[in-house]
Ligand binder design. Structure first.
Ligand code: MOS
Length: 763
């Protein structure tokens, strides 16, 4: 569709989306690349097997790693017998706390902008056990099979110490107010308790969500080599620059001595970050003097890569007869470990969801002896919207008001807890369009619709996820005389289309055809730091590319000199089009990039620049929104639940690439289906052991579980973001669990308030 499409005039607009500035000119484009469906540029490589993932780097003299895991939640290693493992065929070395190189503790995520460590624990430096599943030995051998066999020969005994492995015991020890990324998770406006007590209508319920584990298709893997005194880690990573900085700290190296690459990632969702295995692999490589490939088994991912922690959430809403919210209380408890700080922040979406006369929103946290939990797709909003949007459905039923109408009646004019204006909020349009397309008017009373053995119901929910843009992103643009551009960003391709969308954004801004732009990413030696997380990577890249393009135009004008048709023009009078620069209000005054470089006797010009600080976040309340619709069928005999139809109606600013965005929305909704009906980490509360560390026993949706998923969007650009876009990575999962629960209620009249909605809860 877009092959050969030429981008049109792109005026320079330095810092254009900053408060007081003019909107990013790419928002207004109607005939360029932005907004066209482009297939993933890396798609063919992946289909052909030509895309090299972290576990596919083959290095000379490489050995394979396998891990042994502790089987107690807390205590000390009493004896650790590795003699049989050392004697096993092909074994090169067995590393334990006794012979591991001395290392510092990793800086824990959130403690500084470059910290990426999972927890502030030493890694294999002593005999202490901090969770059931902690790595206690690394075997290196000539083949993976030899390493796996040798690990099975290790014999360990422990001195067990007292631990807290049940949520009830942890709560008895006391909960403390939680903070998330340094901010307290607490909002109190007015006297919500009193207003709830006095309200004529109310819902007041407790909702529970379980632990979840990360199950990316590609298990965590790294291929690691020491080159001289420097370290190269080929990894599957969502944060190459931060990972390199943190690993450098662990091994007492300068940051430039560590290079982390991540050309492809087979799914991330928050889990493809720095965990012990990369550090253990690097330590073992140092000990053996040979490169190491470390690939976690599926069980290894459960033992060593944290997931989403559990929540217990009270939602209480007091309302007037017409549905107006007088009190909105969303408060509860989550669990984390003594060594990390990642409470599941389930109130985040409630802060800007609805208007109310009073609010009380809070998260408390208890500590448990378990693996550090972490980010998992839309941390907070995924499970927080389940509670809030279920409660709204319960209130709607009580009031006899249509649940969509109830939501619209409580639509806020400004952010109700921060007081900031919304930058772009068109959730009502999303609701109206979604309801019409889904056929919401055919929804009946609970239990009213039956076809044979199947009870059929409809449910809906609002989804929400904030717009973020983290500082520190940079881009380097190198333009050559052949008229092609290399754009480098320290970003990540986890399968969502980032490399494709970045190519589109850069080509459009440079006024080049798509095929004239090459994007390189996934390498910590590229300047700047970009996190593939918080649904903000594309905005961060966009801002960096804007800054680099501005720097490039200024540099080209200098090179153009006095003999150019552009002579005497300043950068803000000039834009890019058709492979060159042109005066904005007089495009006949133009010169091609090739001509400028030729006259200047330059083969290429290269600039790098950092994106502007994300000041927009200080001036507006910024979010992606969705209206999720679900049709569920519940078997009247077995009570099995099948979702038969989904529709997601999204309001996420300008959609840059409809094809990859649609896949992102659908993927998120499928993950939401798993959240609603299947996913649950079975945690043995006696000893902190995860009991279902495999895809055979931890259920995620498969093709037969996934219905037709219709996706529509408003495509209304936000004037205050790069390209007018909001994130599309995490919004898809939010609201889905509530939409399913509400549909199950409409089908059966039974309300399930703890996830997942398995058939036993409907008997
Ligand atoms: Mo997402 S949980 O920020 O990868």
């Amino acid at each position: 569709l877009v092959q050969g499409a030429m981008a049109k005039l792109v005026p320079l607009a330095p810092d254009s989306w900053i408060p007081g500035g003019v909107p990013d000119p790419l928002i207004a484009r109607k005939h360029g690349l932005i907004g066209t469906s482009v297939s993933r540029l890396d798609g063919a490589l992946k289909v052909k097997g030509a895309a090299r993932f972290a576990a596919e780097f083959a290095l000379d003299d490489m050995v394979y790693a396998a891990l042994a895991f502790a089987t107690i939640p807390r205590g000390r290693i009493a004896t650790l017998d590795v003699a049989a493992a050392e004697a096993a065929s092909g074994v090169v070395v067995v590393m334990t706390h006794r012979n591991a190189p001395r290392m510092k503790q990793p800086a824990v995520f959130g403690s500084s902008p470059t910290a990426a460590g999972p927890a502030d624990l030493p890694i294999m430096q002593d005999d202490r056990i901090h969770w059931n599943g902690q790595p206690i030995a690394v075997v290196l051998a000539g083949t993976q099979e030899q390493a796996d066999h040798a690990v099975s020969l290790i014999v360990t005994t422990y001195d067990v110490e007292e631990s807290v492995t049940s949520f009830a015991a942890a709560k008895e020890k006391g909960a403390a107010p939680a903070s998330f990324m340094g901010q307290p998770l607490l909002n109190e406006i007015g006297d919500a308790d009193a207003m709830l007590a006095a309200a004529p209508h109310k819902v007041d319920q407790v909702y529970r969500t379980p632990r979840h584990n990360h199950n990316a298709i590609e298990p965590h893997a790294a291929t690691i080599a020491w080159v001289g005194g420097d370290l190269v880690v080929h990894d599957a990573s969502q944060l190459v620059s931060m990972e390199a900085a943190t690993i450098a700290g662990v091994f007492d190296l300068k940051v430039e001595q560590v290079r982390v690459t991540s050309p492809y990632v087979g799914g991330g969702f928050g889990g493809k970050c720095l965990w012990d295995h990369q550090i253990l692999g690097a330590a073992a490589a140092k000990l053996a003097g040979r490169p190491v490939r470390i690939v976690l088994t599926r069980e290894g991912v459960y033992r060593g890569v944290g997931g989403r922690t559990l929540t217990e959430q009270r939602v209480a809403i007091g309302a007037a007869a017409g549905g107006h919210f007088q009190a909105l209380i969303h408060a509860g408890t989550t669990a984390t470990t003594p060594h990390n700080n990642m409470p599941e922040p389930f109130i985040l979406g409630t802060r800007a969801g609805y208007a109310a006369d009073s609010f009380k929103l809070s998260v408390d946290v208890v500590r448990m002896n378990m693996l550090a939990n972490t980010f998992m797709r839309a941390p907070g909003e995924s499970v927080g919207t389940f509670a809030l949007e279920s409660a709204i459905d319960e209130l709607a039923a009580d009031l006899g008001i249509d649940p969509i109408e109830l939501r619209i009646r409580n639509e806020p004019e400004v952010d109700p807890t921060s007081g900031l204006p919304f930058s772009s909020r068109h959730i009502v349009e999303a609701w109206r369009a979604g309801a019409a397309k889904f056929g919401w008017d055919k929804r009946g009373l609970p239990g009213a619709r039956r076809e044979g053995e199947w009870l059929i119901g409809m449910g809906c929910a609002t989804g929400t996820y904030p717009y973020y843009r983290m500082p520190g992103a940079a881009a380097r643009i190198t333009l050559d005389r052949a008229g092609t551009a290399l754009v480098e960003v320290a970003a990540h391709e986890m399968g969502m289309g980032t490399s494709t969308t970045t190519t589109m954004v850069a080509a459009e801004r440079l006024g080049l055809p798509l095929e004239a732009v090459e994007v390189r990413y996934g390498d910590s030696i590229i300047p700047g730091a970009i996190l593939a997380g918080g649904s903000q990577q594309t905005a961060a890249i966009g801002a960096a590319v804007i800054a680099a393009h501005n720097a490039l135009v200024a540099e080209l004008l200098k090179l153009a000199g006095n003999d150019s048709p552009l002579a005497g023009l300043s950068p803000d009078e000039v834009g890019s089009e058709d492979g060159g620069l042109a005066k904005l209000d007089d495009p006949a005054r133009r010169e091609s990039y090739a001509s400028i470089l030729h006259r200047a006797q330059r083969d290429h010009v290269s600039v790098s620049a950092e994106g502007s600080p994300p000041l927009e976040l200080m001036h507006w309340s910024m979010h992606s929104h969705s209206a999720i619709f679900c049709e569920a069928r519940v078997n009247a005999v077995t009570r099995e639940v099948r979702v038969s139809r989904f529709l997601g109606s999204f309001d996420c600013g300008r959609i840059l690439n409809p094809k990859t965005a649609r896949s992102q929305f659908r993927g998120g909704m499928i993950m939401g289906l798993g959240l609603a009906l299947m996913e649950e980490t079975e945690f043995d509360e006696r000893n902190g052991r995860i009991m279902n560390p495999s895809l055979a026993e931890y259920h995620v949706p498969v093709h037969l579980d996934v219905p037709e998923i219709d996706v529509i969007w408003t495509d209304i650009a936000d004037p205050h973001t790069p390209m007018g876009a909001h994130g599309v990575g995490e919004i898809g999962i939010t609201g889905v669990a509530a939409a399913v629960a509400n549909a199950v209620y409409n089908a059966t009249g039974t309300r399930v308030r703890d996830l997942p909605i398995t058939l036993d809860k409907l008997l």
